[in-house]
Design a protein around this ligand. Structure first.
Ligand code: FE
Length: 516
């Protein structure tokens, strides 16, 4: 009896040991919305003294992780273009070249990759030495031809075959890209194509990883935390609707997941953007049950002083900075205090840009421009052309439209209901709003030069081609009485305006008042 029990015990422990042995471990490193922040930066709400991010630091960390654990892959969920000037001035080429040093195993395409037009996308992506995946953005003229012909890729790690699929949310695509940049392409329903690719990969893979760029556009200043599930709602819905996604890495919301969200058996992860973190998801996979049996996620701020620079990455960054130096180092003016942004209030940066745009359109009544177009503050001191391009990195142009007073109110109401920012206005405009009121009823008094806005009067409004085409959901612009495209680049209006005098003083003047 004793002997039997002993053997029973022995075989049970062996079984347990086998089960343990059969668990396969692997690690996914992830980023999203790197936004061309090649160099480390101060992000005030993380630290006022320690810089975070930087591609040379990311490169070091990825190499260290891969050297320490061979079963490691690195994925990115899109929006690597558009941020500091280096991206705008090279139409993304510099970003791709530096990313080639990051040991990326796959990346998907984000909306900002289209900021220099759809034709520029394959031109630049061709220079990538890492796989780029997208399966639902098609050329309009050639039926069923993808703009970038690689919807998925099978990557084997620790013997586990991972089907990696790249997609772009259709809504996010049309919501956030200037209309004239995407006239030759169309984004098709991501759900349909996701099902199609999962079916195509059936039997060929053990796990499915989806790299997707979709959802609510991120506030630039969003700090992770309370609103995770709300900001990643679209990702949760997608996981709930389409079965079979094991891991979903998302971009666009700029919303880090301290803990992965779980929906319908899918783990959803994301970072807070700009390279401030390199996410690390360690996973246990049981081939016998074909299930992920455990995971651990780490999303720590990447402090520049804690990581040595990867030298190859650093020299690539220096090469590109040197190349555009003549343009970027041009001195424009000095400012005694910083130009700063705000998404929910009047800001000194918003005022400067709106006034510069108005200055470029003599005879116009006011400017309306979106807070989300302003991407970087400028410190007090000398202002260079490079800083202005980084502050407004889009090749957007001035459009003059005629709108009735009530249409201006509709547009301001739309901005007051957005999470990613109100409309910034030019001098002479005063607007009051109350964020505690329901969406659609937030805007109170609107005045122009001391007089209440006349609902039926026609005003000449200066804006960007992005908004004139209904970007960020400002569709009322599309109902304008008249539209005049000037072709003048907005960043050039800023340069011309600031050159008017050697010193420009950033100021708030009570243009927007928010009830608290
Ligand atoms: Fe995005």
């Amino acid at each position: 009896m004793r002997k039997t029990l002993f053997f029973l015990f022995l075989s049970l422990s062996l079984l347990a040991a086998n089960a343990q042995d059969s668990i396969k471990k692997f690690t996914i490193l992830y980023t999203n919305d790197l936004h061309a922040h090649l160099e480390p930066q101060i992000i005030p709400w993380i630290s006022k003294t320690r810089q975070v991010g930087g591609f040379a630091n990311i490169a070091t960390l990825v190499k260290q992780e891969k050297a320490a654990n061979l079963h490691t892959v690195y994925f990115d969920a899109g929006d690597f273009f558009t941020g500091p000037y280096i991206s705008s001035l090279t139409k993304g080429e510099a970003v791709i070249d530096v990313m080639n040093h990051l040991s990326i195993d796959a990346a998907c395409i984000g909306n900002h990759e289209f900021d220099h037009g759809w034709q520029n996308v394959p031109l630049q992506l061709k220079k990538a030495t890492f796989p780029v995946l997208n399966g639902n953005i098609f050329l309009k003229k050639k039926k069923n031809k993808l703009i970038w012909n690689q919807p998925y890729k099978i990557i084997t790690v620790n013997g586990i075959r991972i089907g990696v699929i790249g997609l772009h949310g259709k809504f996010a695509f049309y919501d956030t890209i200037a209309d004239e940049m995407i006239r030759g392409v169309e984004a098709r329903d991501e759900e349909y194509y996701l099902r199609k690719y999962i079916a195509a990969l059936k039997g060929k893979t053990d796990l499915i990883v989806l790299l997707v760029h979709q959802g609510v556009p991120g506030r630039q200043s969003s700090a992770g935390g309370a609103d995770v599930a709300r900001n990643l709602q679209r990702d949760i819905e997608l996981a709930q609707t389409v079965p079979g996604i094991d891991i979903l890495i998302t971009g666009h919301a700029h919303q880090g997941t301290i803990q992965p969200l779980e929906a319908n058996g899918t783990l959803i992860v994301s970072t807070d953007a700009l390279g401030m973190e390199l996410g690390k998801l360690e996973l246990n996979y049981n081939p016998a049950t074909d299930k992920i049996t455990g995971y651990r996620n780490k999303l720590d701020y990447l402090f520049d002083d804690a990581v040595p620079d990867d030298s190859a990455t650093l020299s690539a960054i220096r090469y590109w900075k040197e190349k555009v130096k003549l343009i970027t180092e041009e001195k424009i003016c000095t400012i005694p205090v910083s130009l700063t942004r705000s998404y929910g209030d009047e800001s000194t940066m918003g005022n400067m840009v709106a006034d510069a745009m108005l200055h470029a359109s003599p005879g116009a009544d006011l400017t309306l421009t979106n807070s989300g177009g302003l991407r970087q503050d400028i410190d007090a001191g000398q202002v260079t052309a490079g800083q202005l391009i980084s502050a407004f990195p889009f090749p957007n142009t001035i459009v003059e439209v005629e709108l009735k007073g009530k249409q201006i109110r509709t547009l301001m109401e739309h901005g007051a209901g957005l999470t990613n920012g109100i409309l910034q206005v030019s001098r002479g405009v005063e607007m009051q709003y109350d964020e505690s009121k329901p969406i659609g009823q937030r805007v109170g008094l609107i005045q122009l030069n001391g007089k209440p806005l006349d609902n039926d009067r026609v005003y000449k409004v200066v804006t960007s081609n992005f908004l004139a085409d209904g970007g960020d959901g400002f569709v009322e612009f599309k109902k304008a009485i008249s539209v005049k495209k000037t072709g003048i680049e907005i960043v050039q209006t800023m340069i011309a305006y600031l050159r008017l005098s050697p010193t420009y003083t950033p100021q708030l003047s009570g243009r927007i008042t928010r009830a608290h």
